[in-house]
Design a protein around this ligand. Sequence first.
Ligand SMILES: NC(=O)c1ccc[n+]([C@@H]2O[C@H](COP(=O)([O-])OP(=O)(O)OC[C@H]3O[C@@H](n4cnc5c(N)ncnc54)[C@H](O)[C@@H]3O)[C@@H](O)[C@H]2O)c1
Length: 393
Amino acid sequence: MEEKLNSLLERRKVHYNSYELRIVNNSSEPNEAAWEIQQKLGKFHVAETSGDYNVIIKRNSLNLAGEMLKERNLSGSMVVVADSNVGPLYADVLQRSLLDAGFNARTIILPAGEQNKTLETVSALWYDFLQMGLDRKSTIIALGGGVTGDLAGFAASTFMRGIAWVGIPTSLLAMADSSMGGKTGFDLSNGKNLVGSFHSPKLVLADPDLLSTLPQAEFRSGLGEVVKHGIIADSKLFELCSNGEDSIQTNLDEIVRRAMAVKIHFIEADPFEKGIRAALNYGHTVGHAVELASGFHLRHGEAVAIGMVVEARIAEQLSIAANGLSRQIAHALAGIGLPIKIPSDLSKEAILQAMKVDKKKQAGKVLFSLPVKIGEVKTSIELVNLNMVFTED
Ligand SMILES: NC(=O)c1ccc[n+]([C@@H]2O[C@H](COP(=O)([O-])OP(=O)(O)OC[C@H]3O[C@@H](n4cnc5c(N)ncnc54)[C@H](O)[C@@H]3O)[C@@H](O)[C@H]2O)c1
């Protein structure tokens, strides 16, 4: 039998080798093979509680968006929502693609920046939608970073009790993280993301070419989350991010695909955020606190980078991880230009206070997700002595 198979394989070798995509799968689990194929193709099907949708990662695909939406049987008016940085760069290409595919398409430009992630901006969107005559069949397309996605997604989730939306993430953070999972919302003066809803998009289309115009500091900050995805679930992704910025640019396509795959994996494993999805919080318990204590002078990804090193050190001290892990992580992050130490001018008291009020505090406990090794994380670990955060290497 084996002989027969080998000779068959030999005869068909040239034919098989002519395929652009080949996978060697030694697992008997069909799900694992399907997962590998999705990851290599950059095409995922995501099943979420508030709806199923596809995630497509494809270079030079913004001008194909219209055809892709037509294929998904979306009809009615399309409104592109973009911020004042992204709009001038990409809204025309997208609108042209929508018009060419036969849609009625218009664009709304929002003021850029987290400070505009407010109810006032959402309300302005609702009124614009009304003025444009949108109805329940219309579709909103969020073209931008996480701020645009959260705002446009929330406006879509509430307008006329919910209309369709599509995410076209343009920042690395939006690609790796915020565009998937269906979370939408805005900030209140008391804190970030305090009002929101779950409303799954109909499609997420990520074009890594759009990252070429992303300011470098934003790109680096987004890499913080990408490295985190590597540490919690994909050692190859971590390795791809460990050899500095040039290597990251060379492998950007694969990095985006792998980072998005990790987020999808956790969304599907835990749609209601009751358990394992907490793995995505690695680096965030300390990260959020440091971000807050810095008065948001540190970018989110920078604060998370510091948080990942500190939390890996805690994992070592608790013997959850072997010694050396925090150094390995710090080395990779420093190679990207991300900070790896809590700035000495930040108040320890403010950091401790922020950790205690962190939303992941449950029943009076401060819970951590800590790495076991690169590619594996453990969730719901209670840290009784919060001062361990300040132990130096
Ligand atoms: N919904 C979720 O699940 C989720 C998850 C994580 C974060 N978030 C939210 O995401 C937001 C952060 O996202 P972000 O970092 O993308 O912020 P952002 O949307 O403000 O984008 C960062 C900056 O980059 C600019 N920009 C984006 N793409 C660009 C491009 N291709 N070329 C040039 N400039 C570009 C933007 O105009 C902005 O100035 C926060 O509000 C956070 O709360 C949401």
